[in-house]
Design a binder for this molecule. Structure first.
Ligand code: CTP
Length: 428
């Protein structure tokens, strides 16, 4: 198994070897655990490392940080710590048992052995460990037959109350099932259905649900995940009235296509929060008030809420750019919107003119900036005041509609604009 560790990025391998020596010297036992072990066995790329420490992660992390003369942060409530190595970090957790005061609540923790720590985890495939200890470095530790389930492609919980204790696992089961094209094992499936029947998801703190949904929407093909999620949960935890239909799935497919072509064609533009577009596609048919309630309940960030709401609010208004119009009108409408909203509209509407105008915006209009500054207007003899805003606005309009390129052209136009304004309002 030691060769499995070779798949870990080089910068981490070195650290792990040193960590192993320090653990042996100072009486700690350390293990790689969870998703990283699963992904190593599956031969997937590794980005993050989770390490469980017996008996005390904070003590170990502190020793390690001192050795590397680097920063570390401790979280006493959960017995966890993070050590920072330049742009990388490793999370350490004390082997622990979790106790849920009530359904869906955040757990209270107490220290236990590795075996017990692994038992409280979600699925057998995520409950394996890899020893980082001197005597069996790289050895896989598999108390609960995770390896067999991984080979058979099965998602299996470790104890019957798993979904009730932590209903976000319902969403996680679907995520892993879809990501790896695995099957949810029969008994697990039945217990999941039972948990759904008693409304377990409703007891979860909304922000935990939000995090899980965002993870789902960040998967490469969220379309499939949403379909499965809808079939199993009816998505009533988002909103009771939510009904997905063929049109929703067609929209989701078009959103994916629009994101792909945005990324290919407009490489220099800002990166999109792609998950946000998929979420908008799911909730777009709900009334505005229901969307507001959902966004508040799920406690999305302010900027995220604003972007999703503006998609709903502007959905009909987009038709303004669905006919032949001037570049300035296109700019005026699209420029205040987020790029997520614009790409969403590109996907939502099949009208050629809307698509063409959006392409024009991304290709040319979005990067248009006036070369003329306040000082230039003053040199033209225009006295500073509110007139500047008007001149700049009209100048931008002229630049976009007439395609002015040079500063010279802009200044000439600015002078004309000012003359016209003074004719109307002498004394400006
Ligand atoms: N875990 C759990 N129950 C949860 C969440 C996490 O038991 N509700 C455990 C699992 O052992 C999981 C580990 O904590 O493997 C790490 O959680 P996380 O980073 O969320 O998941 P990964 O399995 O690493 O999945 P991903 O590849 O999506 O990061």
């Amino acid at each position: 198994m030691e060769r499995k560790l070779k798949k870990i990025p080089k910068h981490f391998q070195e650290i792990l070897k040193v960590a192993s020596r320090i653990a042996a010297r100072s009486g700690f036992k350390i293990y790689l655990v969870g998703g990283v072990v699963r992904d190593l066995i599956l031969g997937k790329a590794i980005f993050d490392l989770d390490i469980v420490v017996e008996p005390d992660a904070i003590g170990f992390a502190q020793t390690l940080a001192q050795h590397f003369k680097t920063k570390f942060r401790r979280h006493h409530t959960f017995g966890t710590a993070t050590v920072y190595f330049g742009k990388y970090k490793i999370d350490f957790a004390t082997a622990r048992k979790e106790h849920y005061p009530h359904w869906g609540a955040l757990p209270k923790v107490s220290p236990v052995t590795l075996k017990e720590d692994l038992f409280r985890r979600d699925f057998t495939i995520n409950a394996m460990a890899l020893s980082l200890n001197k005597k069996d470095y790289g050895q896989i530790i598999d108390f609960y037959n995770g390896l067999t389930d991984l080979r058979k492609g099965l998602i299996r919980i470790l104890h019957p109350d798993s979904f009730l204790e932590d209903p976000t696992r319902i969403l996680r089961a679907i995520r892993f099932e879809q990501r790896f094209s695995f099957k949810i094992e029969k008994n697990t499936y039945n217990l999941m259905k039972e948990a759904l029947k008693v409304g377990a998801i409703r007891f979860v703190h909304a922000h935990r649900l939000r995090d899980e949904i965002i993870l789902i929407l960040k998967e490469p093909q969220p379309y499939r995940y949403i379909k499965r999620l809808d079939k199993l949960t009816k998505l009533s935890f988002i909103d009771d009235r939510l009904r997905l239909n063929l049109a929703t799935y067609q929209l989701l497919a078009r959103v994916k296509k629009a994101i792909t072509s945005y990324k290919k064609r407009f490489k220099k533009h800002r990166k999109l929060d792609e998950w946000l577009l998929y979420l908008a596609a799911v909730v777009i048919n709900l009334g505005q008030e229901r969307i507001v309630k959902f966004l508040q309940r799920f406690d999305l960030r302010k900027g995220e809420k604003i972007r999703i709401l503006s998609i709903k609010e502007n959905l009909k208004k987009v038709k303004r750019i669905g006919k032949k119009t001037t570049p300035y009108v296109v700019y005026q409408f699209l420029n205040p919107l987020s790029f997520e909203a614009i790409v969403f509209f590109y996907a939502y509407y099949n009208q050629k003119m809307i698509k063409k105008n959006i392409e024009l915006f991304f290709d040319e209009l979005a990067k248009v900036r006036l070369k003329t500054k306040g000082g230039d207007l003053s040199k033209l003899g225009i006295k500073p005041g509110t007139i500047y805003t008007r001149v700049f606005e009209k100048l931008l309009k002229a630049k976009l509609n007439k395609g002015l390129k040079t500063k010279q052209e802009e200044l000439k136009e600015a002078a004309k604009i000012f003359q016209r304004a003074t004719k109307k309002e002498p004394g400006l």
